[in-house]
Design a protein around this ligand. Structure first.
Ligand code: 5GP
Length: 241
């Protein structure tokens, strides 16, 4: 029997973040990632619950990881276990959040004093240093290399993969009448290989309905726009349907 076909025993919880928990399994290099309904924003100064979010984000992430794997982008995803849990490869996470932007919104609009909705002539890639207390500050590749957060070789792989993910997801969502405005990725090493980790969901992507420009992502929670649960369910319907 192959490793992924064996029944995974859920071991000790080794990490609890804002939206997910990680558990050990009986396989040394595999973990269980559990998605919670807890929602936070603005570096966890705003807290709440989005009912069913964990189930939706688990299913959407699984589908998108499968899509990316089918197009040659290696990820930490092994398989979906149940409504809220997926089996993943254990990663040594690079403490950088990679953001790709296709349309101006959120942090970029604020930082540069721009209107949301400007379509960028080419995608923008940003690195943010993963540190909530410092509000995930924007850094560049010189900071990363000078402080040995990562190196030239790994950064080149991270950049290439991030743009590949953008092309694949932009196309996938466009076919479902959604504009992929921006998103955040995290990468990590598994047995010397750089893999895409974390999740890809309405928590980590901005998705606007084509035509109406209705926000179908976590901005509904961040900005108290209402219909938060409905928006997450709508994205799930379009992704799975
Ligand atoms: P911004 O920098 O505009 O706040 O975020 C850009 C994109 O990355 C958005 O799609 C946002 O959801 C995602 N993103 C950036 N930082 C975080 C984070 O710390 N947590 C989550 N869940 N998403 C983030």
């Amino acid at each position: 029997m192959k490793a992924e076909e064996t029944v995974m025993k859920k071991g000790k919880m080794i990490y609890e973040g804002k939206a997910k928990k990680l558990y050990k399994t009986d396989k040394k290099d595999l973990l269980i990632q559990e998605f919670k309904d807890d929602a936070t924003a603005f570096d966890a100064t705003k807290r709440g619950t989005i009912i069913g979010k964990g189930v939706v984000n688990n299913k959407i992430s699984a589908k998108l990881f499968e899509l990316l794997e089918s197009k040659g982008v290696e990820t930490h995803f092994v398989k979906l276990l149940n409504d809220r849990e997926m089996l993943i490869k254990d990663l040594k996470i690079v403490p950088i959040e990679v953001t790709i932007r296709n349309i101006v919104a959120g942090g970029m609009a604020k930082m540069m004093g721009l209107e949301e909705g400007i379509v960028l002539k080419q995608p923008v890639l940003e690195y943010h240093y993963k540190n909530d207390a410092l509000h995930d500050p924007l850094i560049n590749e010189y900071h990363i290399k000078a402080l040995d957060i990562s190196n030239d070789h790994d950064l080149r792989i991270i950049n290439k993969r991030s743009f590949e993910v953008n092309n694949i997801l932009k196309d996938f969502f466009a076919k479902r009448q959604l504009d992929l405005v921006d998103f955040k990725l995290e990468f990590g090493k598994h047995k010397d290989k750089m893999l895409l980790g974390d999740e890809i969901s309405p928590d980590t992507c901005r998705l606007w309905e084509q035509g109406t420009k209705k926000k179908l992502d976590k901005d509904r929670f961040r900005r108290d726009l209402g219909d938060v649960e409905e928006a997450y369910q709508e994205v799930l319907k379009r992704v799975i349907g």
